[in-house]
Design a protein around this ligand. Structure first.
Ligand code: GLN
Length: 188
């Protein structure tokens, strides 16, 4: 099994380092021909407007959508989660998205005061809270249909959702040494 990591912009190296520590083969994905070689895909955090533009430039939108609709597991962290959402709130006009998960993301939802913070997140299925970092993170809102909440902040705001083989987290597990969310993704 080869895990693809979308490597157009953002925190792709950190995901690669985590997977390498775990002994999981991975490949940076920049072109449709890279995508054809991988069995699942991680879309990293970064800047969703930039990653979206690059997805369009490199002709990756439809190939990723078709693979995921055919069952390839996908995980978006932060900007990656925004790009998976059916709707982006406070996005730029015409911001590209894959529109794969039945959830809305509110960009930069914590405002300037809390641009970046750490928190303990309760994740369904994990034995203990997951301590992680949020960087200009979105909040996930209004999951519908088969999409359901799997993680919340202590105040109840939704920060991770799962829809079958599609996972969205508004935080950055790759910036910790805790590989439990990576394992959760690999189990999908
Ligand atoms: N605020 C960024 C965006 O809207 C996401 C930040 C991140 O991925 N850490 O794309």
């Amino acid at each position: 099994m080869i895990v693809g990591i979308l490597a157009l912009q953002g925190a792709f190296r950190e995901h690669e380092e985590m997977l390498t520590r775990m002994g999981i083969p991975c490949l940076q994905v920049r072109l449709p021909r890279d995508l054809a070689k991988v069995d699942r895909l991680i879309m990293p955090g970064g800047e969703s407007t930039t990653i979206g533009k690059l997805l369009v430039m490199y002709d990756l939108i439809e190939p990723i959508r078709q693979r995921v609709l055919a069952g390839m597991p996908i995980w978006g962290t932060c900007a990656g989660a925004i790009l998976l959402s059916r709707k982006i709130i406070d996005g730029k006009a015409d911001q590209p998205s894959l529109h794969l998960m039945d959830i809305e993301s509110r960009r930069n939802a914590f405002g300037s005061q809390l641009d970046s913070f750490e928190a303990d997140v309760t994740v369904a299925g994990l034995d203990a809270p997951f301590h992680t970092v949020f960087i200009r993170a979105p909040i996930l809102e209004n999951p519908q249909g088969a999409c359901h909440t799997i993680a919340t902040l202590p105040d109840g705001r939704v920060v991770a959702a799962l829809q079958g083989h599609m996972l969205a987290t508004s935080f950055h597990p790759e910036l910790t040494l805790d590989d439990r969310i990576h394992r959760l993704f690999l189990s999908l």
